[in-house]
Design a protein around this ligand. Sequence first.
Ligand code: EPS
Length: 386
Amino acid sequence: MSIFRYLTAGESHGPQLSAIIEGVPAGIHLTVETLNHDLSRRQQGYGRGDRMKIEKDTAQLLSGVRWGETIGSPITLVVINRDWENWSEKMSPLSEHRDDSIAVTRPRPGHADLSGVLKYHHSDLRNVLERSSARETAVRVAVGGVAKALLAEFGIRVGGFVTEIGGVGTTTPQEPIETLWQRAGNSEMFCCDASAEINMKRAIDAAQSGGDTLGGVVEVQVVGLPPGLGSYAQWDRKLDARLAMALMSIQAIKGVEVGLGFEAARRPGSRVHDEIFYKDGYQRNSNNAGGIEGGMSNGEPIVVRAAMKPIPTLYSPLRSVDLRTHEPFEATVERSDTCAVPAALVVAEAVVAIEIANSLLEKFGGDSIVEIWRNLEGYREQIRNV
Ligand code: EPS
């Protein structure tokens, strides 16, 4: 069972999104400003739709924190949906006035719509799409902010950039990772290759004018980790397995790679595995493993990538049938994003931070930052002479 546990609740056009996090140790410096930084990043990026003009996400910290420090109690987070004002009747939790005339009955290919109505026996797709919407990721980013704050106490940092949009790839410059994160932070596509960014934006413009949408690939790295998080001993303790699950749990993610990923399957072993050297400690000259060997961190940066499919809400919709008539229907236009890959990067960072925080607590667990520090320092001392 996880130590850092959380659940989220809330619909896309409901009053708010909420999360409760259990297992956060005492003594982490935590403010809403820290959380709001990532909430704001998640709303940026070229290719978003009009909803982002309505929402200006900020987190409320309602429990588990006192005077800017966690106290070891469960943390409650809330993100208000401003768009709720326009939906208070249609999404009312309390009104018993049921209005079937506003039911959504045209399932989008690629969305949760059809499987969701079949599974839950709904006649209105809204009951499915409200919760399956990626709006939920707003509060997950706030949860990730708490995990990032925990990791920061130990000098562990999580960041990333977009590496591909709609088939337009990037070249990652040979620069320190912090510089790359900074570059990505100043880019509208959260990417660190300025010439690729121009082509990405062109591809998004072309998709938008054709009523289409685009997916892409994001890369997240974690630096400053000790070796030995996760374990080879049992399938559900493997760090790479957990990261893959966390990334796949993000709406619209269809693939995950660790380190070389699928490229490792195409190369001989001599060009895949990272040789081991010793000079004041164990060292590697390459990181094809992406910082994970045998389900454990090996002390090198963790490198994971996630592939996002194009958003299924198209202005020029694909063929589908109406739930009521089973007949094909003519195009309906829904508000949508053309590309939300930069936003997905921020969500990917959040879920990676959560899994790393959990693995850190499993190995060095304690009820306070001081206790975890002592355990971590003791372990570092223990492995220094191995
Ligand atoms: C989404 C559809 C759009 C997105 C939304 C996710 O919302 P709406 O239907 O209200 O225009 O903007 O994403 C967010 C609101 C968000 O905060 O990321 C969907 O269908 O998943």
